[in-house]
Design a protein around this ligand. Structure first.
Ligand code: HEC
Length: 160
């Protein structure tokens, strides 16, 4: 007689390993990091970059003030072209397009608001908005430009 519970289990294991083969998304063991990343994204980034990372409409053109609007982080944007080190710097230090007519940081600096591991977590969360090709490209970019050491400590339990 066939043991149906075992068949079901083998089926599940098969699906899981196919889903993760060549997948550059952070491993499921980093679930707490992912949860933190999502929470940070929704609280601190979504108001400008969109809940699903869709960005502002007309993000490719300067607005009335001569500033570049928030770009998308999903597969339509170019966030995936930057290494982990670069993305970390952009979020930590903020950024403005050098051609903006104003001198303010249109992309705010989060150095004083987010802990290094939270910056990393939110960047890892953004990676879930990319397709497999983009994730592979970005992983390659990050091989020699990883997150800084202070952001590589996995525990998010260090928050006060
Ligand atoms: C007040 C609006 C605002 C908030 C809040 C904001 N951003 Fe931005 N962000 C921008 C703007 C505007 C730009 C583009 C700046 C430019 O090119 O002039 C940008 C650019 C970026 C870039 C560079 C993208 C690229 O392809 O070059 C990254 C990465 C980024 N933001 C991440 C984040 C993250 C992560 C958060 C939340 C922690 C966040 N941003 C919160 C407005 C915002």
């Amino acid at each position: 007689m066939i043991d149906l519970s075992r068949v079901a289990m083998i089926g599940l294991v098969g699906i899981a390993s196919t889903a993760y083969a060549g997948d550059t998304r952070p491993s499921p063991t980093a679930a707490d990091l992912m949860q933190t990343g999502r929470a940070v994204y929704l609280q601190k980034c979504a108001s400008c970059h969109g809940v699903h990372g869709e960005g502002a409409p007309h993000w490719q053109r300067p607005d009335a003030q001569g500033e570049m609007p928030p770009p998308p982080h999903d597969a339509n944007g170019h966030t995936w072209k930057h290494s982990d080190a670069m993305l970390y710097r952009l979020v930590h230090d903020g950024w403005r397009d050098p051609f903006n007519k104003t001198s303010r940081l249109t992309m705010p600096a989060f150095a004083g608001t987010l802990k290094p591991v939270e910056i990393r977590a939110v960047i890892d969360y953004i990676k879930t908005m990319w397709n497999a090709k983009e994730r592979a490209f970005q992983r390659e970019e990050s091989r020699h430009a990883p997150f800084p050491p202070e952001a590589r400590r996995m525990s998010v339990k260090t928050r006060e």
